[in-house]
Design a protein around this ligand. Structure first.
Ligand code: NAP
Length: 511
């Protein structure tokens, strides 16, 4: 347990809508940030007059657009707002967000004040100078809290802001360090555990008031941000787009169920070498985050290998690592995709010896699937849209190769009646650009004994719908997702992983 606070930001155009949001936020928040600058001009005074009574602290923010706020505001408007807000609500518990460029009238100097500095363009070179200047300029304020929020584009951009937290703590100063953007999401989750005064959260997913904000419900129930401390063991998903990952939901459900002081966070990494050097490797890292392991996803599954101290035999044969365990500073790599893929298939189909499998796609997941299928005695034919690209996979595993057309209207001419099983390892059907697309119609699927789609968002893909029409049994990608995560938990914790809890968490999120 730590002493930090969760601040839920509310932002609405009308006073009535704002009041409704404040009431909902009161159930989750320690502090409710009211973004008065979100209101239409004519609703500001109405909102000021009808703020409800709650036990929670309010944080009032009236931010002009040049500071990242929602409205153009003159200095006069800002002054008038603060005077009326604080006079009309004297009995309420307020914190005020005082942007760096402006001083709220001194009458209110006893009110806890957040001096905020925002940079939406990146991490300024003079971050520490900005911090020094702020502490100096506002040194006469009691209850001063410094908030510095900067935009990050890759995970190592977060290092200066994280170091600033350490410095403020050593000087007994209250600070809210925020690395905005998906790459900085982990700082919003771990900040409280390392002494940040507060972390901001969105009232609901989709209502974020700043880039990379986590919803309050996720921060409290999934990440347990207030229960973490400096000894918490940190795991995370390493990938170039972590915003869509289900792994935090699945793994945090397991850690919570097992009662472990562990957390699993998104780690959006573009430059893997720099991340390893500056944040992970004991000899060179600049921050201490108590990393104990990673899930590795696109595009780092192969690139991670050169950073490992040990690689398990299966991962070596597949040529890809999706799991890293850190023991005494050494990185051990594994691949749980192969087992995660084959387990549901064996459960559903039975013995695979001699089974004829048509496997669509030749990317990272295909490698693990082909390895597992060959290992189980199946006869595999790969269908790839780029035959030249698929050559190394075909050569490594000695399987047959056929061409797969690229788009929905050019489905494979073949039907798959000569095969027993069809496995889709392409993103066709996945939420986003390819949603609704299927690599095969029901006509082409007739005669198969099983269709296995690795895609899991949505749960029911277009391919699975075609399988239903053709009355062919099916397995959706969620089965593999859970099975590979269960294997990862076993590697990390050496405990029996709570599969039901993990599935429940994934299904709850996906539906
Ligand atoms: P990847 O490395 O990017 O490989 C994707 C493969 O699909 C490549 O061979 C690609 O061909 C091919 N492809 C892409 N778009 C295509 C199209 N429109 N028509 C035909 N082929 C196309 O991705 P991956 O890691 O293998 O993942 C593949 C899918 O499996 C993703 O949807 C992923 O979410 C899913 N997956 C699920 C699980 C699970 O646990 N259920 C685990 C891993 C992956 P090119 O090489 O020509 O681009």
């Amino acid at each position: 347990m730590n002493n930090g606070k969760i601040c839920v930001s509310v932002c609405a155009e009308t006073a009535d809508e704002l009041i409704e949001q404040i009431k909902r936020a009161a159930d989750l928040a320690d502090v409710i940030e009211i973004r008065f600058d979100c209101l239409k001009k004519e609703d500001v005074q109405k909102a000021v007059s009808i703020l409800p009574n709650t036990e929670k602290h309010f944080l009032a923010t009236f931010r002009p657009s040049e500071q990242g706020g929602k409205r153009d505001l003159t200095l006069g408007e800002r002054l008038k707002f603060w005077e009326s807000l604080l006079w009309k609500n004297k009995e309420k518990k307020f914190l005020v967000d005082n942007e760096f460029d402006f001083k709220i009238p001194l009458d209110f100097e006893k009110t806890p004040t957040i001096i905020s500095f925002h940079d939406f363009s990146g991490v300024p070179q003079n971050l520490y100078a900005q911090y020094d200047l702020t502490t100096r300029l506002f040194s006469n304020r009691r209850n001063l809290i410094i908030k510095i929020a900067v935009q990050t584009n890759d995970i190592t951009d977060t290092i200066p802001i994280w170091k600033l937290l350490g410095r403020a703590k050593s000087e007994n100063k209250e600070i809210i360090p925020i690395a905005m953007g998906e790459s900085g999401k982990w700082t919003r989750i771990l900040g409280l555990a390392h002494g940040a005064f507060m972390t901001y959260a969105a009232l609901d997913s989709g209502q974020e008031t700043a880039p990379g904000q986590v919803s309050a419900k996720d921060l409290i129930e999934v990440y347990r941000a207030k229960e973490l401390d400096e000894t918490t063991e940190v795991y995370g998903i390493l990938g170039s787009n972590t915003s869509v990952s289900m792994s935090p939901y699945i793994h945090n459900a397991a850690f919570k169920f097992l009662g472990l002081n562990s957390v699993f966070v998104p780690l959006q990494v573009h430059d893997l070498d720099e991340f390893m050097r500056r944040m992970v490797k004991a000899e060179t890292r600049e921050v201490e985050l108590n990393f104990k392991g990673f899930s590795v996803t696109i595009p780092h599954k192969q690139a991670i290998i050169k950073h490992l101290d040990f690689i398990d035999e299966t991962a070596k044969k597949i040529g890809a690592v999706n799991t890293v365990k850190i023991v005494d500073g050494k990185l051990h790599g594994y691949n749980t995709d192969a087992n995660g893929f084959i387990e549901p298939l064996l459960n559903s189909y039975g013995d695979l010896t001699g089974a004829k499998v048509a496997l669509l796609g030749a990317g990272g997941a295909a490698r693990a699937c082909v390895y597992a299928l060959k290992h189980a005695g199946a006869v595999v034919t790969i269908f790839a849209r780029d035959v030249a690209k698929a050559k190394s996979l075909v050569n490594d595993f000695q399987v047959e190769l056929k061409e797969l057309p690229k788009t929905k209207d050019q489905r494979p001419k073949t039907n798959f009646k000569d095969f027993d099983i069809l496995v889709n390892c392409t993103p066709l059907g996945m939420q986003g650009k390819a949603e609704g697309e299927t690599p095969a119609t029901d006509e082409q699927l007739k005669g198969l004994k099983l269709v296995y789609d690795l895609v899991y968002i949505p749960l029911q893909t277009a391919l699975l719908t075609e399988a239903d029409k053709a009355e062919v049994p099916k397995i959706g990608g969620i089965a593999m997702l859970i099975a590979q995560a269960v294997e990862q938990q076993k590697i990390w914790t050496a405990l029996d992983a709570p599969m039901e809890e993990m599935s429940r968490a994934a299904l709850e999120k996906l539906s």
